[in-house]
Ligand binder design. Structure first.
Ligand code: ASP
Length: 619
């Protein structure tokens, strides 16, 4: 028989009872986390979101109550009225905040029972993830998940408070809208009243936030759900949350300062102090020094050690003399076994004509003079590993794209070296203590702004220029004339468009892109020109973005903004190792919600209403 709650009121949270409460009456409510039955004494660990208090039922003191407590099982929901008592010193539990007290029960109300559970929130060994996702409500009761979701709350609140303090308004934008241009597939919602027409769920509020600037709100933000129907890679979610903002009359630095401000607040909320302003790095520089546009600054940059070799050395080693010779230094790896050295080569993903010398040691035996110079130039210390990535002698150091600071051949070497640098760091992570779980407070947070991205990327399969960020990003003012030239030769990979720099920026933390944004185009003539350069006819542009092109014509102020992934930031701050750990109800890699079992087929009647017929896949 279950008891009613009646007019009973909770006096303390289970994690909040302290020795100073001794002698007081307390009413606690929560779940039976653990029950230890010692015959005449039953101990219950009573749990709520704040923690656990030990409750004692003593047969000698109250046999009826003790009998009732015998019915309790894991995850029953109970209310206990009792007296707080300081424990004897030898029974203190230093592992919990309430470890010096217990509640001596005087009355027990069993508010609800629980079936035998598929797993227990108190289990130390986790069941497989499928089980956790199916019974997410049980999984979420676990301490670790409670901590992750609390972290998420604290981070969101810190960001909100900070942005509000800087004059940003939180403004909602629609979920049922038309296709937005972030380059992924849209999730579509059929319209019943207009059969055959669809809303799209927003990939981002991009155009709405720009229109809010045209509407005079000056500073907008939103912690907003975005939807992208992509083939899910390991750690992606079809719906994810962005900290999205936009402001008028900004320089890039104004946006950066706002981001640095809210990240300081968010990291601060979790006890981390971060250093601002973040360093800044040109895209070209990032490629040349790290081979990637999201550099992990915890590891040393590349060193070009071409000049450490003589011309004869290079010839003998079949290394291209006019291309960079990249030394990757991975600190504190220690002595590698022969097998470990052999394992490095298969980690190498060669781009273009890049090659790898898997082991500096082997080179040093034959070319001691060069090796000594390399060690010095790359700042090699004891226990560091050096691996060289070079251009094959066969490839030509062509002058194609010579106007860009990095040629395609150089890019191939940098990019291959960049991947290997990260792979080596990960492989030896434990040895040099790098990628330790974020739970550690000494975590080394190395932020960087990467800027001056190219405006366009050439898509060889489409034979088409694509916007590297999105087509609303402003080119640098001094690169505008190249647009004129570029627009004439749209289909040419060597057109002047390759030189146009975007006023776009990414904020990167320890090799992970946290967010990206840009100063936008605020003039209709330039926006139209950009659409043209992307191979869009005026008519196409009008069909897809007519409303926006028109809005630009009614007094649009200069504006810019950014969006950062909230899920990823929370994941880092909670020390979690997957986005699914910080999203209360995530989807699997196949975009399925295992708890509610979505997506599902719908009834014929619903389809009929929508004027939709399902064509069964053939075969
Ligand atoms: N809308 C962009 C994105 O979601 C961010 C921005 O440009 O503000 O990546």
């Amino acid at each position: 028989m279950l008891d009613f709650l009646g007019d009973l009121k909770r006096t303390h949270m289970c994690g909040a009872v302290r020795p100073s409460d001794s002698g007081q009456k307390a009413v606690l409510m929560g779940w039976v986390n653990r029950r230890r039955d010692l015959g005449s004494i039953i101990f219950i660990d009573l749990r709520d979101r704040s923690g656990v208090t030990q409750v004692v039922f003593n047969r000698e003191q109250n046999a009826v109550l003790h009998d009732k407590a015998e019915q309790l099982r894991n995850e029953y929901v109970i209310a206990v009225i009792g007296q707080v008592k300081k424990r004897d010193a030898d029974t203190f539990n230093p592992n919990i905040a309430t470890g010096e007290v217990e509640l001596v029960a005087e009355e027990l109300r069993i508010l609800n029972v629980s079936k035998q559970l598929p797993f227990l929130p108190s289990d130390t060994v986790l069941p497989n993830e499928e089980m956790r996702l199916k019974y997410r409500y049980i999984d979420l009761r676990r301490d670790a998940m409670q901590f992750n979701i609390e972290t998420r709350h604290k981070v969101s609140m810190a960001v909100r408070d900070y942005l509000a303090s800087q004059g940003f308004y939180e403004i909602e934008t629609p979920f049922m809208t038309r296709s937005t241009p972030e380059g992924a597939r849209d999730y579509l919602v059929p319209s019943r009243v207009q059969p055959g027409s669809f809303y799209a769920l927003p990939q981002s509020p991009q155009l709405f936030k720009q229109i809010l600037m045209i509407s005079g709100f000056d500073r907008y933000f939103q912690i907003v759900r975005c939807f992208r129907d992509e083939d899910l890679r390991a750690d992606r979610q079809p719906e994810f949350t962005q900290i999205d903002l936009e402001m008028t009359y900004p320089q890039q630095e104004s946006v950066w300062a706002v981001v640095e401000g809210f990240l300081t607040a968010a990291f601060g909320a979790m006890g981390h102090k971060i250093k601002t302003p973040f360093p800044r790095m040109d895209y070209d520089e990032a490629i040349r020094q790290f081979g990637i546009d999201k550099p992990d600054l915890r590891l040393p940059a590349f060193t070009d050690v071409r000049d450490c070799f003589t011309a004869e050395d290079l010839q003998e080693l079949a290394i291209h003399p006019d291309l960079p010779v990249i030394a990757i230094r991975t600190p504190k790896v220690g002595e590698l076994s022969r097998k470990e050295r052999d394992d490095i080569k298969p980690m190498f993903v060669a781009k273009g004509g890049a090659r790898v010398f898997e082991d500096f040691k082997r080179i040093s035996n034959k070319f001691p003079a060069a090796a000594a110079k390399i060690a010095e130039k790359a700042g090699m210390a004891e226990n560091d590993l050096i691996v060289l990535v070079v251009g094959s002698a066969q490839i030509a150091a062509s002058s194609e794209h010579a106007h860009r600071k990095v040629t395609p051949q150089e890019l191939a070497i940098y990019a291959s070296a960049g991947l290997l640098r990260v792979a080596l760091a990960q492989k030896y992570a434990e040895r040099h203590g790098l990628f330790v779980k974020t739970g550690d407070l000494e975590k080394d947070f190395r932020f960087v702004w990467v800027t001056n991205f190219p405006m366009y990327e050439w898509d060889e399969s489409e034979r088409q220029w694509m916007a590297a960020h999105h087509p609303f990003t402003s080119p640098h003012e001094e690169d505008m004339p190249k647009l004129e030239n570029g627009a004439q030769t749209v289909k040419d990979p060597k057109s002047a468009l390759s030189e146009v720099r975007a006023r776009a920026y990414d904020v990167v933390l320890n090799g992970t892109e946290l967010g990206s944004g840009s100063i936008r185009i605020h003039r209709q003539d330039i926006q139209s020109k950009i659409f043209q350069s992307l191979g869009m006819t005026d008519e196409e542009a009008r069909t897809r973005f007519g409303f926006f092109l028109e809005a630009l014509e009614y007094g649009t102020p200069p504006h810019g903004g950014i969006a950062l992934g909230l899920d990823r930031i929370v994941m880092i701050l909670a020390g979690a190792d997957s986005l699914r750990e910080v999203i209360p109800f995530p989807k699997t890699a196949r975009a399925v919600d295992l708890m509610v079992d979505a997506p599902t087929p719908v009834s014929e009647a619903q389809l009929k209403d929508l004027g939709i017929q399902i064509k069964k896949p053939v075969g």
